[in-house]
Design a protein around this ligand. Structure first.
Ligand code: V0V
Ligand code: CO
Length: 140
């Protein structure tokens, strides 16, 4: 069901500073920057690699307000890995299958994600403490 790691989401206080860090230390390149009001984030995707099943990225996330998912995470835990995003062929189908196994779905239906993807989150409490995102990419 999981095709690849699409992205690792990293929570940070200052997006521009973290982009500079990833560019200068790892030589990564920003391929997309978006504000996603629904998710409460300003985010950037940095391309890491291309694989047979598609590309993988680091997603840097800055909260739009303290009272958002990433804002609360930063206040509680500080900067660091926030979620893992796995590529799936069909996010609606994956949600059905995973939900049927008793895993709590944060999103019952797909939401708008970075670069035109359809995304949905699974509750970290049911995934061993890992906030897990399913990503159906619009890139083919
Ligand atoms: C919270 N918890 C986490 C966590 N965030 N555990 C692991 N990883 C995380 N990132 C734990 C937290 O420590 C609490 O456990 C418990 O879950 C409830 O958290 P809370 O402090 O009450 O925080 P809430 O109200 O923010 O709820 C947590 C959830 C929320 C996961 C339900 O953050 C959420 O709905 N996230 C999904 C949306 C999201 O994260 N969007 C931003 C990325 P204890 O302390 O009670 O044990 S947007 C994105 O990735 C996009 C657009 C994209 O990829 O394209
Ligand atoms: Co993400």
């Amino acid at each position: 069901m999981l095709l690849r790691i699409d992205h690792v989401g990293v929570a940070c206080h200052n997006l521009e500073e973290k982009i500079e860090f990833y560019e200068s230390v790892f030589g990564l390149t920003v391929v997309s920057r978006e504000v996603n009001e629904e998710q409460g984030v300003r985010e950037a995707m940095l391309h890491v690699a291309d694989g047979a099943q598609g590309a993988s990225y680091v997603q840097l996330l800055e909260p739009l307000h303290p009272d958002t998912a990433v804002g609360r995470f930063l206040a509680k835990r500080g900067e660091g890995v926030h979620h893992i995003g796995y590529g799936v062929a069909d996010v609606t189908k994956a949600l059905e299958e995973i939900g049927a196994k008793g895993v709590r779905l944060i999103d019952e239906r797909p939401r708008h994600g970075s670069m035109g993807a359809s995304i949905a989150f699974l509750h970290p409490k049911d995934v061993g403490g890992v906030l897990t995102e399913l990503v159906e990419t619009s890139r083919r």
